[in-house]
Design a protein around this ligand. Structure first.
Ligand SMILES: Cc1cc2nc3c(=O)[nH]c(=O)nc-3n(C[C@H](O)[C@H](O)[C@H](O)COP(=O)(O)OP(=O)(O)OC[C@H]3O[C@@H](n4cnc5c(N)ncnc54)[C@H](O)[C@@H]3O)c2cc1C
Length: 387
């Protein structure tokens, strides 16, 4: 069997790994001109970590992880106003750069990645799906997988325009990595965040004198700015803390996007199937996207191993959907915690965090954020293959 995977990200690479080992012939196309390094910090745990363990990657993940045990909220003068020390059970969460996770996956995938390329046209019939790639190259495969993120090109070609499926969560997000020994030492390896109503800026020190930066801004208009760096300077420039220095140094490869979830009635159409953020984006507010992408890839591979294509694609969707709906709801509830919209909400958050210093209150607080008292870091996908 032959598959073309569009998107060499977390979902696409995980699926490639599994399909190759099942004897499939796999091709991968990736829009970026070269491998996408760095990016932003992610917390990785639960189902995704279970999949990584199954793939034999746990040791590599432990090597590249960052120790994240503490979150501090600071004011404009850089003084701590509240914060949170993670309870020991939450320290199994692996904090790492998205790029490091993708690289560890890519190192284990044999299929060549065709960079600076995407899917330009799709034509399918009962026999196969013929895909035209950038530059006019054509290939015919049994299955086309759209693992090309929340703004998926494959989804647009096979299912229609993104307005039908993408739910905008009223925020813009930006992230980048900066090298600055002084600031990196000042911030240290604890997440420092500054919030004012509608704006959040966060920093975390990385190895090699670097810093991972994250900016979240409440914005009713989903239209992306033509100059994201100028937009950041305009909104965050007078907030104090370390921001004036940071903002003068924002690199050109800044990640900037809308914060979105993806919700669709169906994840496949004939021989085209969507995977990861392309069909199930939960948003950074939910903090499970990479984990869910890997779980979905494993489940899709598991189904493709067993039965005919149509049954496999519908079973994959049936097994993943309930968890995705639950995690998406969790993400929407989390918005006001991560990016409070008013001074009152910031004050309530600070109070809650101060209360978590009381014995046992930290765990109670974290569990209260999840439906049915589920532990945030449990697998959440009880349908993972057990073989
Ligand atoms: C700031 C931020 C913080 C986050 N924090 C967390 C977290 O703490 N924990 C967590 O689990 N998740 C987190 N996420 C979410 C997580 O990164 C995603 O859910 C996850 O990467 C989804 O995997 P994916 O493979 O579907 O998409 P991606 O990893 O984004 O990969 C998609 C790939 O497709 C490529 N591509 C895009 N368009 C095309 C095209 N037209 N043709 C070919 N290739 C294309 C892209 O270049 C990319 O390589 C966060 C996301 C953001 C933005």
């Amino acid at each position: 069997m032959r598959a073309l995977i569009c998107g060499a990200g977390i979902a696409g690479l995980t699926l490639a790994w599994h399909l190759e080992r099942m004897g499939w012939h796999v091709e991968i196309v990736e829009r970026a001109p070269a491998f996408r390094n760095g990016g932003y910090m992610i917390d990785f745990y639960g189902a995704g970590y279970e999949v990584a363990e199954h793939m034999g990657l746990a040791r590599r993940l432990q090597e590249v992880r960052y120790p994240f045990t503490e979150l501090d909220y600071v004011n404009r003068g850089g003084r701590r106003t509240s914060g949170f020390v993670l309870p020991p059970s939450f320290r199994q969460v692996v904090s790492l750069l998205r790029g490091d996770l993708a690289r560890i996956l890519a190192e284990e995938v044999r299929a060549p990645i065709r960079y600076a390329s995407t899917v330009e046209a799709v034509h399918q019939n009962g026999e196969g799906v013929t895909v035209t790639l950038t530059g006019g190259v054509q290939t015919t495969v049994d299955l086309l997988v759209g693992a090309d993120g929340a703004h998926s090109r494959v989804r647009e070609l096979a299912f229609g325009s993104e307005e039908r499926y993408v739910r905008y969560l009223d925020h813009h997000v930006a992230a980048c990595i900066l090298t600055d020994p002084e600031l990196s030492a000042q911030v240290g390896q604890r997440y420092q965040m500054l919030t004012v109503p509608g704006l959040m800026a966060g920093a975390y020190a990385l190895r090699q004198d670097r810093l991972a930066l994250l900016f979240l801004r409440r914005e009713a208009d989903p239209t992306l700015p033509s100059d994201p760096r100028e937009t950041l300077r305009r909104h965050y420039g007078d907030l104090g803390w370390i921001l004036p220095t940071l903002l003068s140094r924002i690199p050109a490869d800044l990640y900037y996007d809308q914060v979105t979830q993806v919700q669709m009635e169906s994840w496949s159409r004939g021989r085209v199937v969507l995977l990861g953020d392309a069909c199930q984006a939960v948003s950074l507010f939910a903090g499970h996207g990479a984990s869910m992408a890997m779980a979905a890839a494993w489940i899709l591979a598991d189904e493709l191993a067993g039965t005919d294509l149509a049954t496999a694609l519908s079973s994959y969707e049936r097994r993943m959907r309930p968890t995705i709906a639950e995690v998406q709801a969790l993400g929407r509830r989390f918005i006001e915690w991560m990016a409070p919209s008013s001074q009152l909400r910031i004050a309530i958050r600070d109070l809650m965090f101060r209360l978590t210093a009381l014995p046992g209150a930290d765990r109670l607080f974290l569990n209260s954020l999840t439906p049915g008292g589920h532990n945030l870091i449990e697998s959440r996908v009880d349908q993972l293959p057990r073989s």
